[in-house]
Design a protein around this ligand. Structure first.
Ligand SMILES: *Cc1c(COP(=O)(O)O)cnc(C)c1O
Length: 394
């Protein structure tokens, strides 16, 4: 067994959060719109926007809420067709349904990214595109943006798990019309729950701010063109998906930790990737040109194993102390599209299915030491050799 922090254990929240939380507990000022200015939620928005390089940011209760608000803020007609990669988290097509739109699943390849051929063929009948950068793997945003711009179709980026990723010199989440991030505990910034919506479009952000619950004239507390708000006053429903000051106070001191988390996560990923690439059992897809990820996990495909071999592999890895999930083989996995029964109609997506049946996921949080990562890699390689050896002996 490896002696290391559990792969699902979070990092402690920086001490700097304590003083502010104490102040909030004393004053009871937890609602973002009570204070006339400088509420923690408002300060977090300003800091996040400047960090990511976006004009506007809106703090919300989750990334799912941000995705829902993005689609509503685009003012899509009821039943609008929204392209969504077939490899994503169940909450993503769910947000599309929540916004009264219809998700249209697009094939993903063995590199976990959107299949550009299938994307182009489905784009002609689409009203919007929602790109999930799953586990930080960036789909070809050059190809996606040029095809979508040409077709006049807006793009929403689901960057829930991609904070810190750079795509050709730009922060991921700032390339489409809207970008959405998560502060759920398994993401790079941890508030337990929370999210952020970013955009450069004043009209879109004004709509999202009002719908997130800036009722009456609370929108005055957002540094956005005031005419944009005046246009939408009383015209939009209020969905109340705001972020509490308490959650904002937990996230703010973590912003300064981001460069270290990104650096150490990348170090851990690259170390394990190099060891797995040296073994014949694994295909670790390489980054696209100009893509610099900020991973806190590693994904790889098993080669030359049948389903029984894959099961022997995951059992051997678990016995060695490393939790490996195969997206398509773990029961009820929320990232396997055939489990999304709530969609009703289930298209067949053979390419994505084939990938999901061999694609493995291992968490590698930034706080794991390089020695612990070597232990993870050695355990995974040994598990594959023993699973394959058992097949030969049978
Ligand atoms: C975590 C995640 C979400 C959901 O984020 P919440 O804040 O929990 O709603 C959506 N998309 C992706 C790609 C994620 O990783």
């Amino acid at each position: 067994m490896l002696s290391q922090p559990g792969a699902f254990d979070a990092e402690p929240i920086p001490d700097a959060a304590r003083e502010e939380i104490e102040r909030l507990l004393t004053s009871g000022d937890l609602f973002r719109y009570t204070a006339s200015q400088d509420a923690p939620a408002a300060l977090l928005e300003a800091e996040f926007a400047s960090l990511i390089g976006s004009r506007y940011a809106l703090a919300v209760s989750s990334c799912s809420a941000a995705l829902f608000l993005s689609l509503r803020a685009l003012d899509l007609p009821r039943g609008a067709r929204v392209l969504v990669p077939a490899f994503t988290f169940a909450a993503v097509p769910s947000a599309v349904l929540h916004a009264d739109c219809t998700p249209v699943l697009v094939e993903c390849g063995r590199d976990y990214r959107i299949d550009i051929g299938d994307f182009r063929s489905k784009l002609s009948s689409a009203d919007a595109v929602l790109v999930s950068h799953m586990r930080g793997h960036t789909s070809d945003m050059e190809a996606i943006m040029s095809a979508a711009d040409e077709a006049g179709v807006p793009v929403v980026e689901d960057a829930a798990h991609s904070l810190g990723t750079i795509w050709r010199g730009r922060n991921i989440g700032t390339i489409g019309r809207v970008g959405c991030f998560s502060f759920q505990s398994y993401k790079l910034l941890n508030a337990g729950e929370g999210g952020m919506l970013v955009s450069d479009d004043p009209d879109l952000i004004a709509r999202a701010i009002i719908m997130s619950g800036a009722y009456e004239h609370n929108w005055r507390k957002h540094p956005v063109l005031q005419e944009a708000f005046a246009r939408w006053q009383n015209a939009l429903p209020l969905y109340n998906t705001r972020l509490s000051n308490l959650s904002a106070a937990v996230v703010r001191p973590q912003l300064g930790e981001l460069p270290r988390r990104v650096r150490d996560g990348r170090r851990n990923h690259d170390l394990v990737a190099a060891k797995l690439r040296a073994s014949p059992w694994f295909d670790v897809p390489i980054p696209l040109q100009g893509e610099l990820r900020a991973p806190d996990s590693i994904q790889f495909n098993l080669l030359g194993m049948d389903d029984a071999g894959v099961r022997r592999f995951t059992e051997a890895a678990t016995a060695g102390g490393v939790a490996v999930q195969v997206f398509g083989l773990s029961p009820d996995n929320a990232r396997a599209f055939w489990n999304w029964h709530f969609l009703g109609h289930m298209p067949e997506l053979p390419k994505t299915r084939e990938m999901l049946m061999r694609a493995c996921d291992v968490r590698l949080p930034a706080r794991l030491s390089p020695e612990a990562c070597v232990g993870v890699a050695d355990t995974v390689v040994a598990a594959a050799s023993s699973a394959a050896g058992a097949a030969r002996a049978a």
